[in-house]
Design a protein around this ligand. Structure first.
Ligand code: HEC
Length: 156
């Protein structure tokens, strides 16, 4: 019993000692850590900033989002498979099918210029509605033109 009592006493002593040491070091370290301070500063940022007339508000200028980068121009076949195939592959909802000469003949007769414009800006025809850029506003105009030329070439 005496041995057990001594061991329990030592354990309690070590626990108290550890708490005393920790109280003086642990939290202070965390609070003064630059990484922690940066995270806290970010969390307590004001939710909004106010521009004041007649003062320098240049710090409030919106930073352009990374996604606003101009879309790169893709090849016709790539764009077709990615954005047009869903409707023009099987002729969904009145879309002229890729390779269907009868459906494309009168459209091609309108001229490539018109078809480019209709594909980029959208087109409501008698057969159905062609959404602007096939619903892929993120694609560049040139990519859409490439896709139209690809469809025209494959449907002549
Ligand atoms: C949601 C379905 C859908 C998608 C996706 C789609 N189209 Fe269309 N498209 C149509 C329909 C429907 C028409 C027929 C409109 C009509 O003449 O009534 C059409 C017509 C066209 C025409 C002919 C326009 C005219 O003046 O006759 C072109 C060119 C065209 N689409 C290009 C594209 C290209 C390029 C893509 C991919 C970037 C694409 N489409 C994606 C539905 C779609």
């Amino acid at each position: 019993m005496l041995v057990l009592g001594v061991l329990v006493g030592i354990a309690v002593l070590l626990y108290v000692l550890a708490r005393i040491v920790a109280a003086n070091t642990q939290e202070k370290h965390v609070v003064s850590d630059p990484a922690n301070q940066a995270v806290v500063a970010e969390r307590i940022q004001p939710v909004a900033k106010v521009a004041i007339a007649g003062q320098d508000n240049s710090a409030l200028a919106p930073t352009p989002a990374a996604s606003a980068a101009p879309a790169e121009d893709l090849g016709g076949e790539e764009v077709f498979n990615m954005a047009c195939l869903a409707c023009h592959g099987a002729g969904v909802a009145g879309a002229p099918k890729m390779g269907d000469k009868a459906a494309w003949g009168p459209r091609i007769a309108k001229g490539a210029e018109t078809l480019h414009k209709h594909a980029i800006e959208g087109f409501q025809g008698s057969a159905g509605f062609m959404p602007p850029k096939g619903g892929r506003a993120d694609l560049s105009d040139k990519s859409i033109i490439n896709a139209v030329d690809y469809m025209i070439a494959g449907s002549k």
